[in-house]
Design a protein around this ligand. Sequence first.
Ligand SMILES: CC(C)(COP(=O)(O)OP(=O)(O)OC[C@H]1O[C@@H](n2cnc3c(N)ncnc32)[C@H](O)[C@@H]1OP(=O)(O)O)[C@@H](O)C(=O)NCCC(=O)NCCS
Length: 152
Amino acid sequence: MISYRAAIQIDLPVLVSMERVLFADSPWTTGQFKEAFQGVPTIRHFLVATNEQDQIVGYAAVLVVAPGVEADVLTVAVLPEYARQGIATHFMGELEKWSKEKEASAMMLEVGVENSGAIALYEKLGYQTIATRKSYYGQGLDAFVMRKEFGA
Ligand SMILES: CC(C)(COP(=O)(O)OP(=O)(O)OC[C@H]1O[C@@H](n2cnc3c(N)ncnc32)[C@H](O)[C@@H]1OP(=O)(O)O)[C@@H](O)C(=O)NCCC(=O)NCCS
């Protein structure tokens, strides 16, 4: 069974090593993870999913800098062995719930244009592509900007 909890600083080395596997093209560094922990739990919400052995199998984070602005989904990642079990869907539901409580106006995220699995996930959850960012993940690695309105 999968459980969910808030991420804590001592999870960081595990997340860094998972990141290198899950985002081989442009993994977050330890510094970027540390930054993503800044402002937890006030402006950032950072979750991990764990298996029966308490091993981390996925993580996700969102940033809402102030009420009335868009929530920025910072990362969503699930190990391949645990894919297609609804973990990312659960994460997104939690991130959206938290962002609504923080009075965000909408959800926003970037996703690699070739990341068809993640794009399918977000489309299923009601996100729409609103723009393309050239070389967002590095030279030649473009991203779609996707958005989901609240309330409608
Ligand atoms: C993309 C990712 C987050 C999906 O996580 P997940 O826990 O497997 O997603 P879910 O089980 O909640 O999937 C829900 C739905 O999204 C769609 N989906 C998810 N992964 C998919 C894939 N690889 N191919 C096609 N559709 C996919 C499906 O519609 C799926 O429903 P279904 O399994 O009933 O068909 C995961 O594969 C991952 O971490 N990939 C590497 C990192 C990454 O790309 N993160 C996103 C960065 S923006």
